[in-house]
Ligand binder design. Structure first.
Ligand SMILES: Nc1ncnc2c1ncn2[C@@H]1O[C@H](COP(=O)(O)OP(=O)(O)OP(=O)(O)O)[C@@H](O)[C@H]1O
Ligand SMILES: [Mg+2]
Length: 341
């Protein structure tokens, strides 16, 4: 759209490699899947345009790589407005947020990625900005301190998080629209693979697209990454040919199995199975054993394994399921004979 101006402040999303940006849908209609979310957001955007009102604040949550940033960058294009991008991790104090808020033009979008990482002081500074489009600035100290109110132009805050549970209730409640992005079906991922293959000028038949989709953990970012690896493999080893067998060989070389799990996912399952006798075991203990960060396991590894019912979460920790045991290739444990412990 002509009235769409380039983002005035760039960060997170544009740190993505150029090829990643090339595959990212530019308009909401180019996005595949997430139909219910897509429809609800389209209605809200349409209504705000028709009434000439500012769109309500939007919170998007869900595991990594499912399209939160993509939605956040498409929304201002649909509205024909500008976008500023900030990251919760980089906003250490209210003064860091100030330029973004004062730069907001009427009806523009401010996208805060990883919003669960905002320190409480910044969060509290954001409350009046979200609610009344006003900020309170305290000047001076002690008895001489005074607060001045500064009006802001009405804007739309779009927040994204992989950890909705870490967002405080007062912040969560200030978002009018809250949407959860879920994993994509194999058919939706296959469609994404076909579209990305066109953009990358790769030949792609339906059977190969289905195979890549099945091995992509329900995640568009992984589908695109796997596709690019298959393209490299094919150029280097298969004379630019693409087939189900070539795709399979390429993915197996990366340690990606038929469920789409990679070596790290399997190491997580194996750690619970082998080191902790199937669990239940706390996330910290698993993370220590794997020399990994608990956050990485909770954000990147567990959601999909839980979704596939390979592990379950119990009040006492993580436990592998019979399906998970089968997947790591270990027979279910035989019950102890004669001794209780
Ligand atoms: N609905 C979709 N249709 C087509 N492609 C998509 C869709 N959603 C995501 N993608 C592709 O997947 C890539 C990753 O998506 P995106 O960056 O929006 O994920 P994210 O949810 O913001 O992840 P993170 O939590 O890691 O920031 C995009 O660059 C885009 O190419
Ligand atoms: Mg993102």
């Amino acid at each position: 759209m002509e009235s769409f101006r380039e983002p005035s402040i760039q960060a997170a999303a544009d740190d993505a490699p150029a090829e990643d940006r090339a595959l990212r849908p530019q308009r909401m209609d180019e996005m595949v899947g997430q139909r219910a979310v897509h429809e609800r957001l389209s209605i809200a955007i349409d209504a705000s345009r028709k009434r000439g009102e500012t769109l309500g604040h939007i919170l998007l949550d869900g595991p990594p790589g499912l399209g939160k940033t993509t939605f956040a960058t498409c929304i201002p294009r649909e509205l024909g407005t500008t976008l500023q991008i900030a990251s919760g991790a980089a906003l250490a104090a209210p003064k860091d947020l100030l330029p973004y808020l004062t730069n907001c033009s009427e009806g523009s979008v401010l996208f805060i990625d990883e919003i669960h990482r905002l320190p409480i002081a910044v969060e509290e500074f954001l409350y009046p900005a979200m609610e009344d489009f006003r900020i309170d600035i305290t000047l001076g100290d002690g008895v001489a301190a005074r607060t001045i109110n500064m009006p802001l132009r009405p804007f739309t805050l779009v927040g994204a998080t992989t950890r909705a549970g870490l967002i405080s209730a007062p912040l969560r409640d200030r978002f009018v629209i809250r949407e959860h992005l879920d994993y994509y079906s194999p058919a939706e991922l296959a469609e994404i693979v076909r579209r990305s293959a066109v953009k990358l000028s790769m030949p792609m038949d339906d059977a190969t697209a289905d195979e890549i989709a099945r091995r992509s953990r329900g995640t568009p970012r992984l589908a695109n990454n796997r596709l690019r690896w298959i393209r490299d493999f094919s150029t280097s080893r298969a004379g630019d040919q693409i087939s189900v067998e070539i795709a399979r060989s390429a993915l197996e070389m990366q340690g990606i199995d038929e469920l789409g799990l990679d070596g790290f996912d399997r190491k997580y399952l194996e750690t619970i199975q082998r080191v902790f006798a199937g669990g239940p075991v706390g996330i910290e203990a698993i993370a220590h054993t794997m020399s990994a960060a608990p956050d990485t396991l909770e954000d990147d590894v567990e959601p999909y394994l839980l979704r596939c019912e390979l592990v379950i979460r119990t009040p006492r920790g993580r436990k592998i399921t019979p399906k998970g045991e089968e997947h790591v290739g270990v027979m279910p444990k035989t019950p102890p004979q004669g001794r209780l412990f």
